[in-house]
Ligand binder design. Structure first.
Ligand SMILES: [Zn+2]
Length: 491
């Protein structure tokens, strides 16, 4: 199939939240590369789609599809294509006529096989929105796919998507699936926590689809996903047995869940005070410790308080519930959702590209030295041929230059390497902010403490209030999150 990539964003209010044009182009080009889609032309239009026949490039694209120059459209979201019923209807008609064979977005594939449903959607609900119709149709397609035992979307880690005789499904990823069952054994029998399970996977060389190091949140999902014992659990559809090969038995998977549940049970040992020695007294600076009191009713209450070793500083104790609520409030300040992460990442990477001019200069100067050396070698050779140099002189000069070149080549690759590793770090940083609250709530005591240590510079407790100091990167994140131009990040 030949695809047109269509990106659109207007200045109108309904589009404020959508991804910027460069971000749409970047995201979808990458999607096309990953899925080997053949893009024949990219349309970039900054016009509203609220009213029909206002977009020159959109009309041009539709015309070209009618001329057979392409038969599929790739876009970030269906609402990039149309926000009015007339043009939506036109696209649906073209799909039902088979002129457009497929519309792909970041999350769904709408194909001409669903033509009848789409027509119905138009006839009975001309006022309903394009994307609403399409999502209904896709949902139906998804349900059928799941009923047939086929995984309906992008393959999770350890699996890859493939297509055979028109049937799209998943199969074990030959590059890493053989690692999975061993890894699960270790998680079960060595009772690894999430960070340990993550670093083991990273050590084993397992990477995300994009080749990045794995993040805690991803691995958390992997451990909870029954797909690896052959079951499809997708959104709120009924759980169904898949027709793809499982990587472990159902028994093993159940065993894993029991181990995970056991570890995530909060307050497993009721005298273990999870916030002890993690914050300081705001009045005298000593460490805050925890203690548990059992009331006559038999109910236990946990408090945190200054050790008061230097005398009573007058700082009152706080209950664990109150403390925990404040911890969660603070963590929620740095919690990001997928959309925000994606737009921030795009922004920062763009900025990184601009600011890397220093690196570019460094590399240029290294490259020009390498070039100069190769000119020197040429000159040496000519001098040798004209007998201006003896064989020995020539050999020793040549050796010097070649040795210098080896060093130059090394420093050139170091410059490139730094940049990639900076990107990987950024990636991990953002992923760690994804659902950090959920990760914290479900975490073991060790994991909770690790999260707090990771994000804070210092915490102190005074009059039942936490003074919470985030580390630098997280601090700037809050500034961005609270900036008044929030809805313009994507612009
Ligand atoms: Zn104190």
């Amino acid at each position: 199939m030949k695809y047109f990539l269509y990106c659109r964003k207007s200045q109108e209010s309904e589009d404020r939240q959508s991804l910027s044009l460069p971000a749409q182009v970047t995201e979808m080009s990458e999607y096309a590369r990953n899925n080997s889609l053949n893009i024949v032309h990219v349309y970039i239009e900054s016009k509203s789609a609220r009213f029909p026949n206002k977009r020159l490039l959109f009309s041009e694209m539709i015309g070209k599809i009618q001329n057979g120059e392409a038969d599929a459209i790739l876009c970030y979201h269906t609402n990039r294509l149309s926000r009015n019923p007339e043009e939506a209807g036109k696209i649906m008609q073209m799909i039902s006529d088979g002129i457009i064979k497929e519309i792909r977005t970041a999350n769904e594939t709408i194909s001409w096989e669903n033509a009848n449903d789409i027509l119905l959607g138009v006839q009975f609900g001309t006022n309903s929105q394009f994307s609403k119709d399409l999502s209904r149709v896709t949902k139906r397609g998804t349900r059928e796919k799941i009923r047939r035992g086929e995984w309906p979307t992008l393959a999770p880690l350890f699996y890859i998507n493939y297509e055979d005789k028109g049937v799209k499904n998943i199969k074990p990823d030959p590059s890493n699936s053989q690692v999975y069952s061993n890894w699960i054994d270790k998680v079960i029998y060595q009772k690894l926590n999430i960070p340990e399970a993550v670093s083991l996977l990273n050590e084993l060389g397992v990477r995300s689809r994009k080749g990045k190091m794995l993040a805690n949140s991803t691995v958390h999902e992997v451990l909870r996903n029954p797909i690896y014992c052959g079951m499809i659990k997708y959104k709120d559809y009924e759980v169904t047995k898949g027709t793809f090969p499982a990587l472990i038995s159902e028994e093993k998977w159940n065993e894993l869940q029991i181990v995970l549940n056991d570890r995530t049970k909060p307050n497993k040992s009721k005298w273990n005070h999870k916030y002890k020695r993690i914050m300081r007294c705001g009045k005298c600076g000593l460490m805050v410790t925890g203690y548990t009191k059992v009331k006559k009713s038999g109910k236990a209450y946990t408090y945190y308080s200054c050790t008061k070793r230097n005398g009573d500083c007058g700082n009152p104790p706080i209950t664990e519930d109150k403390l925990e609520k404040q911890v969660l409030d603070n963590l929620s300040k740095i919690e990001l959702n997928r959309t925000i992460i994606d737009s921030l990442k795009t922004l920062i990477i763009e900025k990184l590209d601009k600011e890397s001019s220093f690196e570019v200069q460094k590399r240029k100067s290294i490259e020009s030295s390498i070039l100069m050396n190769s000119n020197k070698l040429d000159r040496l050779l000519h001098m040798r041929m004209d007998n201006e140099l003896t064989i020995d002189e020539y050999a020793s000069e040549k050796k010097k230059i070649l040795e210098e070149n080896v060093k130059l080549e090394e420093s050139r690759s170091a410059v490139v390497y730094n940049r990639t590793s900076l990107r990987n770090q950024l990636e991990l940083f953002f992923e760690s902010c994804l659902e950090i609250g959920k990760l914290f709530t479900n975490g073991t005591i060790e994991e909770k403490r690790a999260i707090i240590y990771e994000v804070t510079e210092s915490i102190s407790l005074e009059d039942e209030k936490l003074r919470w100091n985030f580390k630098k990167p997280y601090q700037s994140l809050i500034m961005i999150k609270n900036s008044p131009n929030q809805e313009e990040w994507g612009s």
